[in-house]
Write a protein that binds this ligand. Structure first.
Ligand SMILES: [Zn+2]
Length: 610
């Protein structure tokens, strides 16, 4: 199950067009009846779950009896998984239409708890197979009966050296709950216990600060509000710096514990193992970005000039250099723009994209109670639905292109892969969404009539680069370094963490950025540091997408065809292999360098126009 989500724009009640869902024309609402015609049909399927689960349980203790038995067990498991996905996607999409509806919430709760029960009741499968001798597993791997399951067996064989004895495995599984406390404590501290005071603007008016309103305050044109919001917000976190250091320390120690017990040389190697990413690729990404930091410094200097600031501070980063182009783009017009923008991807892609509108995959507008943000949720047997909270502006049009990129990736993988290998890995998840956004960027830039529009598009692009390539790599470096510190026996305290963070921050933003004393505490508020070497995947996906989009926009048909093959490939190979076949070799620094070329050209273009 993949839920690709993006929660990057806040709901603005002034942009309301509709009061209730009934007011919205059908064509702007997703058609969930394609999953189940009615909730009665959902209930009928839900009633089949227990039998499907029992069908899988029958194989316990005899999975490896023969290739045929293993095949049948895997097939029955796939039937169970598909049933759960279908039930879950209907329940959660329906509930997202109005999160206050208790009948819908009840359905989500029921399928969630049944799915987690199912997970627990069949959790013996992989361990049972891992106890099978290597030779037998290899035979299964090459057995024609198991051809659709070969990838799964290959991954099991690969992880066999890290499997421990039954007794150790039992202890490890018992330890997972008590070891999971770090993130829980972090999240409760910042979401429930921490009280953040209000921030005053230039007129003395108070603004409530929480995770959502904080970013809105930083985009304000009122610099006093930006400064106050930043100082108030970061001071609140700094107050709990020792507790945040303890939660992060506990998380890092947990990762080190698992790496050691699973016989990996380090926590980073254990984390990169499942995607088969060599540590050299991770390190290479960081050093390539380091070599291009002068471009970020140039952008900081440009922004300081453009905003006519006496000094540039962290709280000035988010205020746009160019005011959002005041053009209103109705949703239908936005759709047409995306359709035009993806034309270089060919007829087949365009046709598939059009079906998103004709078959009503998209729930477009906000109504009270609807889930916020935007996501694409692609299930194997259902349409890759999209939830939006669309406003008639350019930002929302980019979000539409982004989510359609995800959905078309799901569409192609689901169509061309068997269920077992359809679900593309997180490592590749943002490639298609970013490619789609970049194609829209190039298309609009080419079409733009006014200088303002061109500048706005470039400013939008700078924001993407700063947030996805530079910032995520900055996080990736911090994450790598603090794990290495702990592994080297250095204590992770509020002081050592803050010093490490400050040094990286200073290096990234360069001489034109003032290091406010509170910036060093930023690590306290980043949930991604608890996600286990995750953020670098945003950067590699983003860089690969720059390559694809630029070549495809320029009309390179060979790259276009390789890109479509990439969309069809799901998780049939390791992510680096998948990208390499599509022409992006992340073992080399060239693709990342090419992405920086796009950034540099955009800087040149912007500066030339001023
Ligand atoms: Zn995304």
């Amino acid at each position: 199950m993949t839920l690709n989500s993006r929660w990057d724009f806040c709901y603005d009640p002034r942009m309301d067009q509709y009061k209730t869902r009934q007011d919205i024309p059908e064509k702007y609402k997703w058609n969930l009846n394609l999953i189940y015609p009615s909730s009665k049909d959902w209930e009928q399927d839900f009633a089949k779950l227990e039998a499907a689960l029992v069908a899988v349980e029958r194989y316990r203790g005899r999975l490896a009896q023969s290739a045929k038995t293993l095949h049948d067990a895997f097939e029955d498991q796939a039937k169970l998984d598909l049933l759960i996905e279908r039930l879950y996607s209907y329940a959660h999409h329906l509930s997202d239409e109005d999160t206050r509806n208790s009948e819908n919430l009840g359905r989500v709760d029921r399928i969630r708890s049944k799915a987690s029960e199912a997970g627990a009741r069949i959790s013996w499968m992989d361990p049972e197979l891992l106890e099978t001798p290597l030779e037998a597993l290899k035979k299964f791997h090459s057995d024609p009966v198991l051809v659709t399951h070969a990838r799964r067996i290959e991954l099991l064989i690969r992880s066999k050296p890290h499997q421990r004895s039954a007794e150790v495995e039992e202890v490890l599984s018992l330890a997972s709950e008590p070891l999971g406390g770090a993130y829980k404590a972090f999240s409760l501290l910042e979401n429930a216990d921490m009280k953040i005071p209000h921030a005053k603007d230039a007129d003395g008016k108070e603004h409530e600060l929480n995770h959502a309103t904080y970013s809105a305050c930083l985009e304000s044109s009122d610099r006093i509000l930006r400064k106050n919001a930043f100082e108030t917000y970061f001071s609140a976190y700094a107050q709990y710096q020792n507790t945040f250091a303890a939660t992060l320390d506990a998380h890092v120690k947990k990762q080190i514990f698992y790496a050691k017990t699973r016989r990996f040389p380090s926590a980073i190697e254990a984390s990169l193992f499942s995607d088969q990413i060599p540590v050299a690729v991770y390190d290479g990404l960081i050093s390539t970005v380091h070599r291009h930091l002068p471009l970020l410094h140039r952008w900081v200097a440009l922004k300081k000039r453009e905003l006519k600031l006496p000094e540039m501070n962290l709280y000035d980063l988010f205020y746009p250099m160019v005011k959002p182009a005041k053009v209103e783009i109705p949703y239908d017009e936005g759709c047409r723009m995306v359709v035009e923008a993806v034309k270089p991807l060919g007829e087949d892609y365009s046709k598939a994209l059009e079906s998103a509108f004709h078959e009503r995959w998209i729930d477009v507008f906000y109504t009270p109670g609807k889930r916020g943000g935007a996501y694409s949720g692609g299930m194997y047997t259902s349409k890759p639905y999209i939830l939006l909270n669309h406003k008639n502006n350019l930002n929302s049009t980019f979000t539409l292109a982004h989510e359609l990129g995800h959905s078309l990736h799901s569409y192609y993988s689901n169509r061309y892969q068997p269920y077992q290998t359809a679900n593309y890995p997180i490592f590749l998840a943002e490639v298609a969404s970013t490619t789609s956004e970049m194609l829209l960027h190039f298309h609009l830039n080419e079409q733009a009539q006014s200088k303002e529009m061109k500048l706005y598009l470039l400013d939008h692009l700078f924001t993407q680069f700063r947030g996805t390539l530079f910032r995520q790599v900055q996080f990736a470096e911090f994450e790598r370094d603090v794990h290495a510190m702990a592994e080297g026996g250095e204590p992770l305290t509020a002081q050592t963490l803050s010093e490490t963070y400050a040094a990286i921050q200073e290096k990234f933003y360069g001489p034109d950025m003032v290091m406010h004393d509170l910036v060093k505490y930023e690590w306290t508020r980043i949930p991604h540091f608890y996600y286990n070497f995750y953020v670098y995947k945003y950067s590699t996906s983003f860089a690969a997408a720059q390559y694809f989009a630029k070549k495809i926009f320029e009309g390179d048909l060979a790259v276009r065809d390789r890109y479509i093959e990439f969309l069809k490939s799901g998780s049939s190979r390791d992510p680096l292999d998948t990208l390499k076949r599509a022409g992006v070799d992340l073992g080399d620094s060239k693709p990342i360098e090419a992405a920086f070329k796009v950034f540099e050209e955009a800087l040149d273009e912007f500066e030339k126009m001023r």
